[in-house]
Ligand binder design. Structure first.
Ligand SMILES: COCCCC[C@@](O)(c1ccccc1-c1ccccc1)[C@@H]1CCCN(C(=O)[C@H]2C[C@@H](N)[C@@H](O)C2)C1
Length: 339
């Protein structure tokens, strides 16, 4: 797998099965950054050298310094992107960005206001949006679109492998231009994206054990490489948690008694005529804190207001089980069993 045969791999790091990120460079000489490759957004931003000292999160991460890059092009337009956790503000710049060995001249944002929560917990520096152009703030052409227009990729697709085992090296892999057979078995099942220009599909239902409990009339599922967990409508997730005997923590997380994990039901997502099941191994995060075992459930309630919502967001814990191909040529998503 190398740029020569039209596919470009980027190894990813897995931090506690909740943060997956890979390295890119910006500028000449190269300034290195760790970024989350996020199908739920479509802009690239990294912390800025001119971030105010008020923002601690800037100083615990790599920062881009335009004055040190001979290929830096000044822009200065204001920028702000909104996440579920709050927004990131800054200004636009342009420079050579290298992803998987492929250089592109890219407009990106230098973040000058980076909220401590949650970014002091981020092991990565910034976010590289892998979403469609119509999701991009300020109409900026996304990185992957710039790479596609160079016609260096064998196929206009990218694929994501997230490992489930923090000791596994690499912790994951992004392949632009194809898939990596080393990380999946069997064939891909494909389904068309539901709405033009978003990495989301129609879901026909969510089954717990043998009973279809949620999304019975159909709903939308977003396949989001930038989310750690699976989120669903708060009411559905609270019923799901009651069904598996989980208790809610203060900050919206859930835990179960580790002794009961073995008997937990599988949760099955009905997508594109196929059933994608997660067992307790896929949705329980077994952590030992201060010598005792904490079994947290990697589901979260999240109410997304209409018309976008109600939606289910299938994040890293789903992708870790189902190797995912994002196909821009055919506007479809493919799943195969990850190894
Ligand atoms: C697989 O690796 C996941 C990376 C972690 C994502 C995340 O857990 C995170 C944790 C710690 C520090 C920062 C961030 C984080 C925050 C914002 C952008 C990117 C990463 C996010 C926490 C808030 C909710 N959430 C999203 O809205 C995410 C949803 C997604 N689409 C993004 O646009 C924002 C996920």
């Amino acid at each position: 797998l190398s740029p020569s045969n039209g596919t470009a791999p980027t190894p990813l790091t897995n931090y506690l099965d909740t943060q997956y990120y890979g390295e890119i460079s910006i500028g000449s000489p190269a300034q290195m950054f760790n970024v989350v490759f996020d199908t739920g957004s479509a802009n690239l931003w990294v912390p800025s050298y001119s971030c105010s000292p008020l923002y601690t999160a800037c100083f615990t991460h790599n920062r881009y310094d335009g004055s040190k890059s001979r290929t830096h092009i000044k822009n200065g337009t204001g920028f702000s992107i909104q996440y579920a956790s709050g927004n990131v503000r800054g200004f636009l710049s342009e420079d050579v960005v290298v992803v998987g060995g492929i250089p592109v001249v890219q407009v990106f944002a230098e973040a000058t206001a980076l909220p401590a929560i949650p970014f002091i917990f981020a092991k990565f520096d910034g976010v590289l949006g892998m979403g469609y152009p119509n999701v991009a703030i300020d109409g900026i052409t996304p990185v992957f679109d710039r790479i596609m227009s160079q016609h260096v990729l064998k196929e206009e697709v990218f694929s994501v492998y997230y490992s489930k085992d923090p000791m596994h090296k690499p912790g994951g892999e992004l392949v632009m231009g194809g898939t990596d057979p080393e990380y999946y078995t069997g064939t891909f099942n494909y389904m068309g994206t539901s709405e033009a220009g978003k990495w989301e599909v129609n879901m026909k239902g969510v089954t717990v054990g043998e009973e279809m409990l949620f999304c019975k009339e159909g709903c939308t599922a977003v396949i989001d490489t930038g989310s750690s967990y699976i989120t669903g409508p708060a009411s559905s997730v609270s019923v799901l948690m009651k069904t598996i005997g989980a208790t809610e923590l203060a900050e919206g997380g859930y835990t179960v008694n580790c002794d009961l994990v073995k008997s937990l039901p599988s949760v099955t997502f009905h997508l594109g005529g196929h059933e994608y099941s997660l067992t307790e191994e896929d949705y329980i995060l077994w952590q030992s804190q201060f010598g005792e075992d904490i079994c947290s459930v990697t589901f979260r309630g999240l109410d997304v207001p209409p018309p976008t919502g109600p939606i289910w967001i299938l994040g890293a814990n789903f992708i870790a089980r189902y190797y995912t191909e994002f196909d821009r040529r055919n506007n479809r998503i493919g799943f195969a069993t990850a190894v």
